[in-house]
Ligand binder design. Structure first.
Ligand SMILES: Cc1cc2nc3c(=O)[nH]c(=O)nc-3n(C[C@H](O)[C@H](O)[C@H](O)COP(=O)(O)OP(=O)(O)OC[C@H]3O[C@@H](n4cnc5c(N)ncnc54)[C@H](O)[C@@H]3O)c2cc1C
Ligand SMILES: *[C@@H]1O[C@H](CO)[C@@H](O)[C@H](O)[C@H]1NC(C)=O
Length: 385
């Protein structure tokens, strides 16, 4: 049994930011991570050509800036280096290969009681914590839709988190399912590696350039969101033209308001739209079923593919291990309260990085949570237990 003042679950960017903010306020903590490294999403589950989608000023963690000569859009390897430097700077030492399996609030002892599995030794570790911070991410498990016939598809069918590069698919026909940032970028990557690429775009999306989004995020500090949205939509129409005849329609809500209300981000074009317009990437609608290697679309089209990439997002798995967290998280394991009141539950329970607001949201959550813990922290509470 280990008594800890604060337990942080997860050592991705949110867990690391949380650890740094606590250190900054001289509050001791323990951080656990199920993988054998920090930020495994970025090290092991991201494609090669990934850069941060947002400009660097919106992607900093608390108390440490990017080097001044860093490019505006940070490449994956540089972001991983930043996280390594961050971990060193704040002397963060996660307990790796430690997977939290359950957390319950003990009403008598007024503490969180946490059971974790030490995956190296195969044994159980029990923690008792006064404060519990959920930093296990929105991207904890792959989300793959149910499609009749998928199980018998003879080709490779992978989730975007396992996709590295189009190189290995060269000369083949590949279907990308999902039109968020990952799907659109993976389609581009495939097409530029000589892959016959199709992409399923089912729902309306906002397509923007990264510069337009950067401008929008900057203007949003000074102007009402609906005004900013009108400007962004005008800019997008000017830059891309009417994309509806290519199968891409715009949502009714503007991009900034949509992000605030639903968490859905605009897609930042990396060149995909140009290839769609040229007919190099084919846009498809909903799938009805798969028979062998033939994909049947609701439009009636039947096309054979060698491989499928599911860029269909992720789901939170917090509800599988967190008990008594109902005041903070809904049935999907995401905050029940709207931003900016989403990060705090009852009984000194918190969540960092679950509000679909990227790294800027993570930085804000970590600062808010650390300050709240500071205001309740009686040093040394653990000496008396
Ligand atoms: C492809 C991609 C690109 C993105 N690009 C940007 C961008 O440009 N800008 C931006 O602001 N945001 C971006 N995001 C969104 C977000 O910033 C990242 O997803 C970020 O990594 C989230 O950090 P996190 O710490 O909340 O979650 P994660 O990085 O997922 O970290 C959570 C950690 O918790 C661990 N964990 C989970 N369950 C348990 C458990 N039970 N016990 C122990 N450990 C556990 C996981 O192994 C993981 O290491 C992107 C996301 C993706 C997927
Ligand atoms: C490329 O894919 C399309 C379907 O999206 C198909 O009609 C076409 O025949 C394919 N071309 C080649 C060379 O395989």
């Amino acid at each position: 049994m280990e008594n800890v003042p604060v337990l942080i679950v997860g050592a991705g960017p949110a867990g690391l930011a949380m650890a740094a903010c606590l250190t900054h306020l001289s509050i001791p903590y323990v951080i656990v991570e199920r993988d054998d490294c920090s930020a495994s999403l970025w090290r092991n589950r991201a494609y090669d050509r990934l850069k941060l989608h947002l400009a660097k000023e919106f992607c900093e963690l608390p108390h440490m800036s990017y080097p001044t000569d860093a490019p505006t859009y940070i490449p994956k390897a540089m972001f991983v280096k930043y996280l390594n430097d961050y971990t060193m700077r704040f002397n963060i030492q996660p307990k790796y290969l430690t997977c939290v399996e359950s957390s319950t609030y003990d009403n008598d002892k007024k503490c969180w009681s946490i059971v974790a599995r030490d995956m190296a030794e195969g044994k159980t570790i029990n923690f008792v914590a006064k404060f519990l911070v959920v930093a296990s991410g929105e991207n904890s498990a792959e989300n793959i839709p149910v499609i009749p016939g998928l199980d018998n598809f003879p080709g490779e069918a992978i989730h975007s988190s396992r996709y590295k590069s189009g190189k290995s698919f060269s000369g083949k026909s590949v279907l990308v399912i999902g039109s968020g940032n990952s799907g659109m970028e993976i389609a581009y990557d495939l097409a530029t590696h000589g892959v016959n690429t199709s992409i399923v775009i089912r729902s309306p999306i906002h397509v923007m350039t990264k510069e337009v989004i950067r401008l929008g995020m900057t203007l949003a500090h000074h102007l009402p969101l609906n005004l900013v949205d009108n400007l962004l939509v005008m800019a997008a129409k000017f830059i891309f033209g009417d994309l509806s005849r290519h199968g891409i329609t715009m949502p009714k809500m503007g991009p900034m308001i949509l992000k605030t209300k639903t968490g859905r981000s605009a897609v930042i074009d990396v060149g995909t739209v140009g290839l769609i317009k040229k007919g190099i990437i084919q846009v498809k609608g909903s799938i009805s079923k798969i028979i062998g290697n033939i994909v049947k679309f609701q439009s009636g089209d039947e096309i054979s593919f060698d491989a499928i990439v599911f860029a269909t997002g992720y789901k939170s798995t917090t509800n599988m291990w967190l008990k008594n967290g109902e005041s903070m998280l809904n049935d999907n394991g995401l905050p029940s309260n709207d931003y900016p009141n989403h990060w705090k539950g009852e009984n000194r329970l918190y969540c960092a990085g679950l509000a679909r607001r990227g790294l800027a949201g993570i930085a804000m959550d970590a600062k808010n949570i650390a300050n709240d813990i500071k205001s309740k922290f009686e040093f040394p509470w653990f000496a008396s237990t």
